[in-house]
Design a protein around this ligand. Structure first.
Ligand SMILES: [Zn+2]
Length: 138
């Protein structure tokens, strides 16, 4: 989780740095500028904000689909649940897993008020434990 938070902090610092750098660049192009007085300068600042908002969204989507432990991209989406039955007890979701078995990201498809939000579940050290019962010969 520390690596994941460090990567998120680095992305936020990158966005802030890009924003400050682009504002300095645009301020150099429009000397004596006044926000909401100079139309070209105002639209330039708005354009910078829109571009960085889209970049921030893309960075957040990349961050959301990374493993909280090893930072690898999550893979192998599996649809779970059911739309037609058990909408409240077993709502449809998409589960993405870490290729190294550290955990899974659960994306809720049914946007209900009572539905669980998207969440990460970590596996313990022995991530083969889920299969141990299947291998056991009774
Ligand atoms: Zn992982």
């Amino acid at each position: 989780m520390k690596k994941w938070l460090a990567l998120l902090a680095a992305k936020v610092v990158l966005l802030i740095g890009l924003h400050m750098g682009m504002l300095v660049l645009v301020s150099g192009l429009f000397p004596g500028h006044k926000l909401a007085k100079d139309l070209a300068y105002t639209f330039s600042v708005m354009g910078i904000d829109v571009v960085l908002l889209l970049l921030g969204y893309a960075l957040w989507m990349d961050q959301k689909f990374r493993c909280r432990v090893c930072l690898h991209r999550l893979r192998m989406p599996v649809a779970k649940g059911n739309w037609s039955r058990n909408l409240f007890s077993e709502p449809p979701e998409l589960e993405w897993i870490c290729p190294f078995g550290h955990g899974a990201m659960h994306l809720n498809h049914a946007q209900l008020i009572s539905a669980k939000p998207d969440h990460w579940t970590s596996n313990d050290e022995n991530f083969w434990r889920a299969f141990e019962d299947a291998w056991r010969k009774d």
